[in-house]
Design a protein around this ligand. Sequence first.
Ligand SMILES: [Zn+2]
Length: 78
Amino acid sequence: MMCAFCGGNIEPDKTEYVEKQGNYIVVIKNVPCEKCTQCGEVYFTGDVVKVIENILNTIQYISSEITVTVIDYATKVA
Ligand SMILES: [Zn+2]
């Protein structure tokens, strides 16, 4: 697999996934990804995207103030 942007090599890595829903900011740490060694573009596999969606679906966005929630991906994958 090669980077769609620059054609560089892609290697397994971990990253932080940040999702914003209004005032709500969700940070998921230690998300497995494929990362371009040249330009840093990050790719997620379908399985990882599903887990991210599941995590985001469990969160209730009820706060009217700016709230940051940090979740560790590893704790959500049994
Ligand atoms: Zn690249």
